[in-house]
Design a protein. Structure first.
Length: 324
């Protein structure tokens, strides 16, 4: 089978199309013939050697796949070959086939196509738990969503509305992206390339600040976002797309009882009592038409390097998808 692999850390050019043996499922594993692959910032962090956990080389990126089960391990009893599924895996999704734990599969209803389905798990679950589990969003509170036209951002804006947020402030880098955020349900639109965007956030909240802020850029954006927090405000960090480190003084949070909270989706995946109900809720919203998944572009697997360039250029909107 073909796969996209890296043997050294670096820019998109280190991603190479290779031929490798098709894996064989064992135990609780199934083999999935992949029809759609979600591309995420975590993949670029893996490629650069900057991921939260160490990446062993050689490495095949890809944690989000949708496709058809073709083979099952000897301990699999609840999934049969031919089942259409979407799932999250540790890695190796940039390929024709991938192994996955049968216990983590999400069977797809017939009306849901593979490309739409693959846009849900990683970014849908991230948006859900950043807002609800970590951000502890309550009805009537104000939410600040950075990169609101991206994969997580478009879902977070919609979920914040569904969860009862009183005001949703969306930031993005262009008028086109901000218009998309408006279509998703944002109440206030701010271009974060403008030097006074912090002042605009504070003005939009009457000087109070926001109750929950979603931050995945890092560096200067992180430091400025803290200035946007209200008393008892919570800033949830779920990425560092800029690759920049932030100088942060924890004692600065004390005066107004503010919090900075880290989020890493694999920790949620290890807690079925958190994972399963949230998946059911997301699929229900999707089935009822209350949640829209935005597809920003679909590209052949061979163009993985170019898709990484596009993602990191911050010129894209919605979910980027690869297909074998």
């Amino acid at each position: 089978m073909k796969a996209v692999q890296l043997k050294e850390f670096g820019g998109p050019e280190v991603l190479n199309l290779v031929q490798i043996d098709k894996p064989v499922p064992q135990g609780h594993e199934v083999l999935i013939e992949i029809k759609a692959i979600g591309v995420n910032y975590a993949d670029t962090a893996r490629r650069e050697g900057q991921y939260v956990v160490k990446t062993q080389l050689p490495f095949i990126p890809g944690a989000e796949v949708a496709g058809i089960v073709t083979e099952v391990g000897e301990k699999v009893t609840n999934i049969k070959p031919g089942t259409r599924v979407v799932t999250l895996i540790e890695s190796a999704g940039y390929a024709d086939y991938a192994l996955a734990d049968a216990r983590g599969l999400i069977p797809l209803p017939e009306h849901l196509d593979f490309k739409t389905a693959v846009a849900l798990p990683l970014q849908g679950l991230s948006a859900y738990h950043v807002l609800k589990t970590m951000g502890r969003l309550e009805k009537g509170e104000t939410v600040l969503v950075h990169a609101a036209a991206g994969g997580v951002g478009t879902i977070a804006v919609q979920l914040a509305k569904l969860f009862g947020a009183g005001k949703i402030i969306a930031t993005a880098s262009s008028s086109i992206k901000l218009e998309l955020a408006r279509e998703m349900g944002a109440d206030v639109l701010i271009n974060y390339t403008e030097s006074d965007w912090v002042e605009q956030v504070l003005e939009a909240t009457g000087g109070k600040g926001v109750d929950v802020a979603l931050e995945m850029v890092g560096g200067d954006v992180f430091n400025k976002t803290i200035k946007c927090l209200a008393t008892f405000g919570r800033l949830v960090v779920f990425g560092a797309a800029s690759g920049e480190q932030s100088r942060f003084y924890p004692a600065s949070l004390m005066a107004r009882n503010q919090s900075v909270i880290g989020f890493f989706l694999p920790q949620i995946m290890r807690k079925p009592e958190l994972l399963q109900p949230s998946l059911v809720e997301l699929l229900t919203y999707l089935g009822e038409g209350k949640l829209k998944l935005m597809i920003g572009g679909v590209y052949p697997l061979e163009e993985a390097a170019e898709v990484h360039r596009l993602l990191q250029s911050r010129k894209t909107t919605g979910k980027l998808i690869l297909v074998p």
